[in-house]
Design a protein around this ligand. Structure first.
Ligand code: EPU
Length: 447
């Protein structure tokens, strides 16, 4: 177990290269299970969730080779229909359920253990997967979800294309249904599909491998069944959420950060809110700069929504900014039942926040003070880093494995921007540090 110590108050300035999208990478790597050839995939972020999904594929019989930093070849030609990975791996990564869609589509049968996932208010029942099941069943599969396993079968036969209306806009169900439909006979039409950039990235990957997925990025996606995916090369899109997180760090520290290698239009939903808060945003080719040069931030209201709305995966980060902005702001979490578990950590640092159901009210102008805090999940962990950078004194963040599930090289990237952040393992803490630890939880969970 590791923790970070951040001494706040440094103005962050400079450039940061944004990595590939974690949530696209985990889908695309799983999608390689459907490919009867070798995939060369570049711009893969080297983060915890990617390691987990690669371990799952390896257990299933894939041959994965790191050919260069952030570039891998994945060969799934020897994967068998009845392949199953170690149970605990499925529980470590939400995206493990993409193996179900990919293998069901390719072999007409598949089994995975119930995926884990950050608990965004669903308790022991876990985050729902009813729309995934609806998609598979519409394509002709029988799906059984019991005893910690999900099994989808169509007697080893090809699925049949169908029209599927998703009752909720779901990234995961859209991706899983596309994966299952790639080889289905005829045409599959997915209505009310998710529009997120990583859904488009997954579709582009599949098309490059020989699939016929049309309309990704709109709410109606058509999948024309093909006989085989043949392999090829692909480069993953830059991470909208990682980029947005660094832009918030510029705002939080009165600094100036340029995120490089981004798709600026994927960031509009984030940068427009930062502009509302008084942050100067400049766009130049594939770079976006946020500067707030010691100006006071203004409060605003934020409501999360599926893309192109304000991303739920940026909600903890913007809430943290609102803590130090002038005025009162309201944040409404409209995607997940409860994604405010981290508010208590901010309160420990002096934030004045209250929650009522899906709304949080943030009284601004708080003077944040360093404290021992916990990364309660991936994006909450990123928000704690933002809080630590803006706070006076030392902030110790424990359970940073959550952060490292999704942010590549965050400590090095921050140091290059001028942050005073150090990484320690917990044995060193006991022996060398006089700062009280913040407690920790067992590793697990997933985005
Ligand atoms: N939903 C259902 N039924 C389903 C599936 C989803 O009711 O069968 C509901 C969920 O309860 C939620 C909403 O639909 O209220 C959206 O869920 P979605 O399926 O879109 O989420 P996901 O695919 O499980 C991905 C990301 C999350 C991100 C959400 C929303 C991955 C691996 N995870 O999750 O990322 O919050 O989309 O954009 O792609 C993160 O990166 O920190 C993270 C949590």
């Amino acid at each position: 177990m590791k923790h970070y110590d951040i001494i706040g108050g440094e103005r962050l300035t400079g450039n940061v290269d944004i990595s590939g999208t974690k949530n696209a990478a985990v889908a695309i790597i799983a999608a390689a299970l459907a490919v009867d050839g070798v995939c060369y995939i570049d711009n893969i972020p080297e983060v915890g969730d990617v390691t987990t999904i690669m371990e799952i594929l390896t257990c299933l019989g894939a041959l994965i080779t790191r050919v260069a930093p952030n570039a891998y070849s994945i060969d799934c030609r020897d994967v068998k229909p009845d392949a199953v990975a170690r149970v605990e791996l499925y529980g470590k990564c939400r995206a493990s359920y993409y193996a179900l869609g990919a293998l069901l589509g390719r072999f007409g049968e598949a089994i995975v253990a119930t995926p884990g996932g950050c608990d965004f208010g669903y308790g022991s029942s876990g985050r729902p997967i009813d729309q995934h099941i609806k998609g598979f069943e519409a394509l002709g599969a029988d799906v059984e979800h019991s005893g910690g396993w999900i099994r989808a079968v169509n007697n080893g036969k090809k699925l049949r294309g169908n029209r599927i209306y998703m009752d909720v806009v779901s990234v995961g169900a859209t991706i899983n249904t596309i994966l299952a439909a790639v080889f289905a006979e005829g045409t599959t039409i997915i209505e009310n599909a998710a529009l997120e950039p990583h859904v488009v990235d997954l579709a582009n990957f599949l098309n490059k491998m020989g699939a016929a997925v049309r309309g990704a990025g709109s709410s109606t996606i058509r999948v024309y069944g093909v006989d085989r995916l043949v392999g090829g090369d692909y480069s993953i899109l830059p991470d909208q959420i990682e980029a947005g997180t660094y832009l918030c760090m510029a705002a939080a520290t009165g600094g100036k950060i340029t995120v490089r290698n981004v798709v600026p239009r994927h960031l509009y939903c984030i940068t427009s809110k930062l502009s509302d808060m008084g942050v100067r945003i400049e766009e130049n080719g594939d770079c976006v700069t946020a500067s707030s040069a010691r100006k006071r931030l203004r409060s605003t209201n934020v409501k999360t929504a599926p893309y192109p709305g304000f991303p739920t995966d940026m909600q903890p980060q913007i809430t943290t900014l609102l803590c130090i902005a002038d005025g009162t702001g309201k944040v409404t979490e409209a995607v997940w039942d409860n994604r405010f578990q981290y508010l208590e950590q901010l309160q420990n640092m002096g934030a004045i926040v209250s929650q009522s159901g899906r709304d949080a009210v943030i009284e601004g102008s708080a003077k944040l003070t360093g404290a021992p805090i916990i990364a309660t999940d991936l994006r909450a962990g990123a928000a704690m880093v933002i809080a630590g950078l803006a706070a006076e004194g030392v902030t110790r963040i424990s359970d940073v494995w959550e952060i490292e599930r999704g942010y590549e090289d965050i400590v090095e990237k921050l140091r290059r921007l001028g942050a005073n952040i150090t990484i320690h393992n917990d044995i060193e803490v006991v022996e060398t540090s006089d700062i009280a630890g913040g407690g920790s939880r067992a590793e697990g969970g997933a985005a």
